[in-house]
Design a protein around this ligand. Structure first.
Ligand code: PGA
Length: 245
């Protein structure tokens, strides 16, 4: 394991989520106008739930933060229950005091997805880059919708989804046919230039890909493996996901 990668192993999903929220809140308190990179998926639901609790019970203040979500399906309506816009409202932004103008999620209905991607990347740069990037990890090692490929996709861009991702995300839709075939995803440059990264993983099903990502070679066939080259990464896993590390 690279010495720049810190591994935190918690007993279970709830403890992992609480630890993630604690680290997130510490970053917010240290720098109230932090820029956060945010994931969707089932992994961060517990993290968001705990952050909402901390906002309600402890007054955790989101008023000055800026956020950039990693990705959004394309095309998709904001109002669609499967959109990541909807996900973020449901799990976080509908319950905390983040300023709407500082919440950024790629527009799944932009007329030109490539222009939307370029503008999104510019907005991240104008905000000064990401202070703390939270990541999940796909079963195939994708981060955001940066799927296994022959090279690392540096730019924020319009991408096709792989069959494995369509199949894996079909559980959120009526059928696999309804999963959008494309997405706009933050590229590896924006992710890798984040000052700190916390990658969260839970459950036995993620053990193999965590091992491949952090103990195997750095290869675009396992996109998350590039994190081995980042100077400040925490892998925050529960016992089951960390089983092969
Ligand atoms: P999950 O997805 O949190 O639902 O496992 C992670 C991902 O695909 O990035």
């Amino acid at each position: 394991m690279h010495p720049n990668i810190q591994i935190i192993i918690e007993a279970d999903y709830e403890a992992m989520s609480r630890k993630g929220a604690q680290l997130f809140a510490e970053a917010m308190r240290a720098k109230p106008n932090s820029v956060f990179g945010l994931p969707t998926g089932s992994t961060p639901e517990g993290l968001y739930k705990e952050l909402v609790r901390m906002h309600k019970d402890e007054g955790l203040d989101f008023s000055a933060v800026t956020t950039f979500n990693l990705d959004e399906y394309y095309p998709i309506e904001r109002e669609s229950e499967q959109s990541y816009y909807h996900y973020m409202q449901k799990h976080l932004f509908g319950h905390v005091n983040a300023g709407e103008s500082r919440i950024n999620i790629p527009n799944g209905k932009a007329e030109d997805a490539s222009k939307e991607a370029a503008a999104y990347e510019e907005a991240i740069e104008s905000a000064g880059g990401i202070d703390l990037q939270i990541l999940g990890i796909g079963m195939n090692g994708h981060i955001g919708f940066n799927e296994p490929a022959d090279s690392f996709g540096a730019d924020t861009r319009h991408v096709p989804l792989t069959e494995i991702t369509i199949a894996s995300n079909a559980r959120f839709f009526a059928s696999a046919d309804e999963v959008p075939r494309h997405a706009v995803t933050m590229g590896m440059r924006s992710i890798m230039t984040a000052k700190r990264i916390i990658l969260m993983a839970s459950g036995e099903g993620k053990a193999g890909i965590l091992r491949d990502s952090f103990l195997g070679p750095v290869t675009p066939l396992v996109p998350a493996s590039v994190l081995q080259l980042h100077p400040n990464v925490i892998v925050l896993a529960d016992k089951d996901a960390a089983g092969l590390l």
